[in-house]
Design a protein around this ligand. Structure first.
Ligand SMILES: Cc1cc2nc3c(=O)[nH]c(=O)nc-3n(C[C@H](O)[C@H](O)[C@H](O)COP(=O)(O)O)c2cc1C
Length: 146
């Protein structure tokens, strides 16, 4: 059984819904999950997998609810060399900055030593109006290695 901290970045709620569905699928497999809408370093387990489920807003920006977490990491530059993470990005390809918001967070995590656990998925709501479907299919592709 693995521990998975799910970090949500959302403005309109769609990424939160995807995160909840991912959490349910992992829980059904017997894993221990925690969904964080306002993540902070103190409450995250560095031995857990950090699964970032985030949309993009503004012009390639992180949703407001996850910006304090980004700011905290930027300010503290913690040693995250124990951390493994995965990214489920949700965006709209009609924007030049398709899915770029969470890339800023990912770049920062890597700078702090965190490692990519699996290849990310970028879900395009232009073509996938029900983003939980590709998200759960993506998860099914690697959940057995947890
Ligand atoms: C004002 C606004 C700005 C957006 N900017 C971007 C963007 O820069 N890049 C992108 O890929 N998607 C962008 N989107 C699309 C959202 O990421 C997409 O609608 C997503 O499903 C919203 O998920 P959420 O409900 O979890 O916030 C934008 C949407 C809005 C309403």
């Amino acid at each position: 059984m693995a521990k998975i901290d799910i970090l949500v970045g959302t403005t309109l709620g769609s990424a939160e819904y995807v995160a909840d569905e991912i959490s349910d699928q992992l829980s059904d497999l017997g894993h221990e999950t925690m969904v964080h809408l306002g993540a902070n370093l103190a409450e995250l387990n560095q031995e857990a997998l950090w699964l970032i489920v985030s949309s993009t807003h503004g012009a390639g920006d992180l949703p407001d609810n996850i910006v304090p977490f980004f700011d905290e990491i930027q300010a503290k530059s913690p040693d995250l060399s124990q951390v493994k993470f995965a990214l489920c990005a949700i965006g709209d390809s009609s924007y030049d900055t398709f899915c770029q918001g969470p890339e800023k967070l990912v770049d920062l995590l890597i700078q702090c030593g965190a490692q990519v656990y699996v290849d990310k998925i970028q879900i395009d709501v232009q073509y996938d109006p029900i983003p939980e479907e590709p998200a759960l299919a993506w998860l099914s592709g690697w959940q057995d290695q947890l």
